[in-house]
Ligand binder design. Structure first.
Ligand code: GLV
Length: 330
């Protein structure tokens, strides 16, 4: 029997391609080209599954042009590259890669917070530029993490991991805001108190963004929200580009209306707003919060597991939608 055809839209681990090849006829992208929508549609012809890595947009047009598609498996927990509603409408299974990256991403949230509050990259640039000629009492004085107030916007699994690190590891007072309040038991585990978004922004010494991106969360932090924050506060975004209005943030950083920011994600990435590149009080990293080899391998394996399950007639491991059978005739 012919193996089902699938497309792996970006370069991935050779081990994962080899695993997929046991089940499927795989077209892959070893040169890691970024395909246009038209190219993606062309490559998807005749494919029953696609392995995406978070950046490839699968929307209603793509689905309409690729009626044989049965599953879109994202190697990312975020899935704002998928139009899940359109997938459900067409009977296409959508899956993401949650859980396996939670602790690694929470670790990175802390790495970025510490680097930002303690001015790690700014001081390293100073040193590398040969400008360190003497010690001085206030050189790169930053703000403390221990004993400070951490405000987490978005209290899903990653937010909770960050809360635990802050509360239990660094003795921080943790406050959070989320669409829905956590159970009393989870709040106790995270040692976190629920507050309004406004109170969080006004009170926190460090604000950490971990909300998923959607039309509703677009520019969750803009000029008005930045104006509520303390002038000594730091802002860290490990969620998605577009959650923060990057231009408004660059202005606030330049005018020292907040002390510093740490950003792993950007509006329109991999482009970075040029104004963010010129302000010193921001730490910039290229969307690497989940980037350890074991975690990336686990994410890739989970996406592969989802493809294998669905295309061999089993239930997906981490579904984003419920599809009965193919709702739309091919
Ligand atoms: C990374 O940003 C992810 O959503 O997994």
């Amino acid at each position: 029997m012919n193996k089902p055809k699938i497309l792996v839209a970006r370069a991935i681990f050779a081990e994962i391609t080899a695993r997929l090849e046991q089940y499927f006829e795989v077209e892959s992208n070893p040169l890691d080209e970024i395909w246009t929508k038209a190219q993606l549609i062309e490559k998807l012809q005749g494919k029953r599954g696609v392995f995406t890595t978070g950046g490839e947009r699968i929307d209603a047009d793509v689905l309409a042009a690729c009626p044989q598609l049965e599953i879109c498996a994202n190697m990312a927990v975020g899935y704002n590259n998928f139009d899940v509603q359109a997938m459900t409408f067409r009977g296409v299974q959508a899956t993401n890669a949650p859980d396996v990256l939670t602790e690694t991403t929470a670790d990175f949230g802390f790495a970025l917070l510490m680097a930002t509050a303690r001015r790690v990259t700014e001081s390293e640039h100073f040193l590398r530029a040969g400008r360190w000629t003497k010690w001085s009492y206030d050189m790169f004085a930053g703000s403390d993490i221990h004993g400070s107030t951490l405000g987490i916007l978005g209290m899903g699994r990653i937010g909770q991991g960050i809360a635990k690190r802050g509360a239990h590891g660094f003795g921080m007072t943790v406050i959070y805001h989320n669409r829905s309040r956590l159970s009393t038991e989870l709040e106790a585990q995270c040692k976190a108190s629920y507050v309004s978004k406004e109170k969080l922004l006004k009170t926190a010494d460090h604000v950490m963004l971990v909300v998923p991106y959607s039309a509703e969360s677009h520019h969750t932090i803009g000029a008005a929200e930045l104006a509520l924050m303390k002038p000594t506060a730091t802002l860290v975004n490990i969620a998605r580009g577009g959650i923060v209005d990057d231009l408004a943030l660059a202005v606030a950083l330049k005018e020292k209306r907040i002390a510093a920011a740490g950003l792993d994600v950007f509006e329109g990435e991999p482009r970075v707003h040029p104004d963010l590149l010129t302000v010193p009080n921001v730490v910039l990293t290229p969307h690497i919060a989940s980037a350890t080899l074991p975690t990336r391998m686990a994410m890739a394996n989970l996406a592969a597991d989802n493809l294998i399950a669905v295309l061999t007639g089993k239930a997906p491991l981490t579904p984003l939608n419920t599809v009965s059978k193919r709702a739309v005739a091919q």
